[in-house]
Design a protein around this ligand. Structure first.
Ligand SMILES: [Zn+2]
Length: 161
């Protein structure tokens, strides 16, 4: 089984935006990014309601963006609740998405009103959302990492076997 992210040493992972894998599909490339908002096993993970609200708002942001809608394949939560996966068309690196991701986090931080697609017929667990804490988590990640992102927040350390 080749799951690229299992080969990364999670004991030393920092927060950031990382390429987790690239897949060749027909004649194109899909790039999977880890949007790592928590240091694995070293700080508390996000609440499931926060993961869920992040999923809704991040997906809406990218799927309604003129430039990125067609490139956006998938946005979803990591099962470990330390961050999000984002899969885009193209052979991409973190610097290709960092400005767009910063805009996305600003959109979430400033979002007001009803979270999109939170009617019972649109969502599998429509009451399980938390906008306030999602915005706190996003602002923390934005201020502490995205605003002044460094090399170590964009290149994963490899596992030593
Ligand atoms: Zn939902």
């Amino acid at each position: 089984m080749d799951v690229t992210s299992f080969g990364i040493n999670h004991d030393v992972l920092l927060r950031g935006i990382y390429v987790s894998r690239k897949d060749i599909i027909n004649d194109g490339i899909l790039t999977t990014f880890d949007i790592r908002m928590k240091e694995p096993n070293r700080e508390p993970v996000m609440d499931t309601s926060v993961m869920h609200t992040l999923e809704h708002l991040m997906a809406v942001y990218f799927r309604s963006n003129n430039e990125w809608a067609d490139k956006t394949i998938y946005i979803g939560p990591m099962g470990c609740r330390t961050g999000m996966y984002a899969i885009f068309k193209g052979d991409l690196e973190p610097h290709n998405i960092i400005e767009k991701m910063k805009e996305c986090y600003q959109y979430i931080i400033n979002f007001k009103g009803e979270i999109p697609a939170t009617k019972s017929y649109m969502c599998g667990n429509y009451l399980d959302h938390n906008l306030v804490i999602t915005q706190i988590e996003c602002k923390k990640f934005y201020d502490e990492i995205l605003m002044n992102i460094k090399e170590e927040n964009m290149v994963y350390p490899k596992q030593q076997y």
